[in-house]
Design a protein. Sequence first.
Length: 457
Amino acid sequence: MADIEGIMRDLDWQLEWLEATGPSNFKDSAAKLGVEVRSTDVPAALVAHFVHLLEQGRDEAFAHVFEEFLDGLEVGTRPSVLTKPILKHLHECLERDEVDSPEPVTKLGDPPSGSPSLFDEPPEPPVSRIVDRTQSRKLFSGKELVRVIATATTYQNETARNQYDKIATDLGKIGPYRDFGFAPDVLSALDKLAEDLPNFSAVIEHIADAINLAITSQRPLVLDPILIVSEPGIGKSYFVNRLHEVLGVPSARLSFDNLQLGGSLAGAEPIWSTSQPGIVFTTMAASHHLSPIISLDEIDKASMHHAYGDPLSPLHTLLEPESARYFTDGCFPLPIDVSHIIWIATANRRDRLDPPLASRFLSFKLSRPTPSQRRVITSSVVAALLRDYDGMAFTDEVIDRIGEFSPRRQRQLLTSALARARRCGESRVSLGLLTEVINRTDLDQRPGKTLGFGVKD
C-alpha cells in the first residue's frame, strides 16, 4: 500500500505549485477524475476529491486514481525546478509502503481471525489523514514563487541564476506554511523567566500579554517591535537567548556596531556574484514558525556605516504591519509575510535614532539591576549550570563575587571554574578557583573598571 500520510502531508500546496508551473493538461487531468474544473481553485477541489475517497476507506482506489493523475500530467522535457522534486516525492510515496502493523500472533484457544467477539471494540471510523492547517499560515504564494523563478532567466550572471534555483529548491523542501502556535506551558515558562530576570520583567510581561492574546484568539502573534534602551552589560543578549529557549522559536541576530553591508537586513539585488538574501528572508525561509526572534544589537551605532547604504532603512518598511505583509528581499523578490516577527532591538541611547524609526518601536528603558535582583539573576545562571554538570556546587563566596558580572560573563567564568575544579579533583568551586580563572582571562581588571552590572572592582 502506498504511503498515504506522506502524500497527504503537503499535497495542498504541492498541487498548487504543480498547477502554477504550467502542465498544459492540469485541468483536463483533474476533469478525468470527476473534479469540477470550473472552480477557481482546482488544486483545492482535487484535494477534496482525494480526501473523500480516503474518508470512505478506499485507500487502494485513492492510490490508483492519484497515480493515474500524476502519470497523465504533461510537464514537458524541461520541467520547472519546483516540478521535478514534487513529482519525485509523490511517486516515491506511491511506491513506498506505510509502516505495517506486525501480524498478530494466534494463541491456542483464540477465535479464528475475523470471527466476531463479544469483547471486540467497535471499529474506529476511517480518518481523512489531511494535514490540520488551523495553526499555520502561508508565508508566500506558490504562484508568486514560480513568477520569481522565471525572472532568473533574465540575469546574465550564472551565479545569480544558480542561486535562484537553490533558494527555490530549499523553499520546496519546507513548503509555504509556517506554524504560529506555542507550547501549552509557554505562559508559565515566561512567568518563570520574569522571576529569573527581574530587571526584564516589564518586557517579558509585554510579550506574555501578546502571546496570551494570540493563543486565546487562535491567531498569529502580533507584537509591537521592542527597543531595549540601557547601559552596556545588563544582560540583553542573555535575555534574548533565554527568550528563544522559552518560546521554542528560531532566532537570528544582527549586530550593528560593526555592520559593513547595507543589504544585511533586506538583501541586495543579484547583479553581483556576492549578492545574498538578507537576514529577514533567510530566517523566515528556514523557519518552521511564523514568529522567529530577530534581534538587532546596538542599532544606535548603525549611523556610522553609510558607505554601503543605510543598514537601518529597510526597517521603515519591515516594522510597519501593512507593508511587512508583502516584504520582498532585494536578492530574491518573493513577497513574504513578515508581519509576525518578534523584533527586539537594543540601544544605549534612543535619541541617536532617526525619530520616524524610533517611533516604530515600543521602548523599554532598563536600569542596572538592584543588588537583590543581581542575586536572583545569578541564582538562575548557577541553577542552569548545575543542571548541566551534576554533582558540582559553588560556595557562597563564589555566588557573591560572580554577581558583579553580566549574565553572559557569569556563565563563561563559572563554566571555566567548573572545568578547573573538575581537573583539580574538586566537587565544589571555591572563591580561589574562581579568582584564578578571572585573573587568567583577558578581562581588564584595573582598579575602578566597571564590570557587568556596573559594580566597580
